[in-house]
Design a protein around this ligand. Structure first.
Ligand code: AMP
Ligand code: FE
Ligand code: FE
Ligand code: ZN
Length: 298
């Protein structure tokens, strides 16, 4: 039933009011300034071709792609929301924070600090790989991205040089925690990341919360606490999440005064299973997950 309405309604022109069809959005994507494969301009054009109402670019640890995307979005029928994704200290595993609706992001010492940490970690990974006879140089990695270099670029290098059959295998066998080429990197704290995002006059949100390796009740307690210390909300609709868990998370979110966003975590060809503006299990990401607070700023 729903899918036939969807079909009918996608044929109406953009901005035309349609009772049954919410517009697609994507508030979590990566460009080639981190570990995506498309330029910011290409991402904006892709969003427009999909008739997206809003697109955010949220590259890891960098704002380098944002001005290009803003220019590309001028005269386009898509609202561009400047963003970033930061990894912060958390046990167990990693916690990712999205900054959305950034307004001033130039000259950020925290990003310089993060990228210095990355640089020394990248050099250590190169050393281990070379000790194992792989023959990799820093300049090889610089050719794979215009911005943040991270483990995905080591994975891509291994793929291009025939050491693995796909990026996932590179992570699984060599680059994940506990594997031979894994080096941890120094991360910033949740508070530092949140302060930075608020200083940029953006909103700070927990990215893909169900990926955090704790049980559901512990997760809700953690989110409660993060909201208390200044986090503005969480990503409620995203690519990898399961339907029943998403429902429980959204039910919880509705009891809180917080922002709930949606994004695919699109990385272009680096994660070909992820499609822009869509989840794997729940179809398109609709503008129900585009908070008014973000739209009002545009
Ligand atoms: P880093 O920040 O350098 O430690 O790299 C972590 C990033 O690698 C994550 O944010 C993901 O975007 C990416 N990543 C993690 N696991 C995989 C995987 N199995 N395949 C491709 N990319 C991955
Ligand atoms: Fe990534
Ligand atoms: Fe992430
Ligand atoms: Zn991401």
């Amino acid at each position: 039933m729903y899918s036939s309405f969807f079909f009918i309604c996608t044929t109406v022109p953009f901005n035309h009011h349609c009772l049954y069809y919410n517009h697609m959005i994507d508030l979590h994507t990566h460009s080639y300034y981190s570990d995506g494969t498309l330029s910011p301009t290409e991402l904006v054009f892709l969003a427009e071709s999909l008739k997206m109402k809003a697109l955010a670019i949220t590259d890891h640890d960098t704002t380098m792609g944002l001005n290009e995307a803003i220019s590309a979005a001028k005269n386009k029928n898509v609202n561009f929301i400047p963003g970033i994704e930061l990894s912060v200290i958390h046990k167990p595993g990693e916690l990712h924070i999205l900054g959305l609706g950034l307004k001033n992001w130039e000259d950020a010492p925290i990003l310089r600090k993060i990228n210095n940490n990355r640089k020394s970690r990248n050099k250590q990974i190169i050393e281990i790989m070379n000790l194992n006879g792989l023959g990799i140089k820093y300049t090889d990695l610089e050719k794979l991205t215009k911005g943040t270099i991270g483990r995905p670029h080591f994975a891509e290098w291994m793929l291009r040089n025939g050491y693995v059959n796909n990026m996932n295998q590179a992570f699984r066998e060599y680059l994940s925690r506990g594997k031979s080429f894994y080096i941890p990197r120094e991360m910033v704290s949740l508070e530092e990341a949140t302060d930075f995002i608020h200083n940029c006059r953006g909103f700070a949100l927990i990215a893909h919360p169900l990926n955090i390796a704790v049980n559901f009740n512990t997760l809700l307690e953690k989110i409660d606490n993060w909201l208390d210390i200044g986090i503005d909300g969480f990503e409620g609709m995203y690519s990898g999440a399961k339907k029943n868990m998403t429902k429980r998370l959204l039910d919880y979110g509705r009891t809180k005064e917080c922002l709930i966003t949606g994004g695919s975590d699109f990385h272009g060809k680096n994660k070909p299973q992820i499609k822009p503006g869509r989840t794997k299990k729940m179809g398109i990401i609709s503008d129900d997950f585009l908070p008014d607070e973000l739209m009002h700023q545009l």
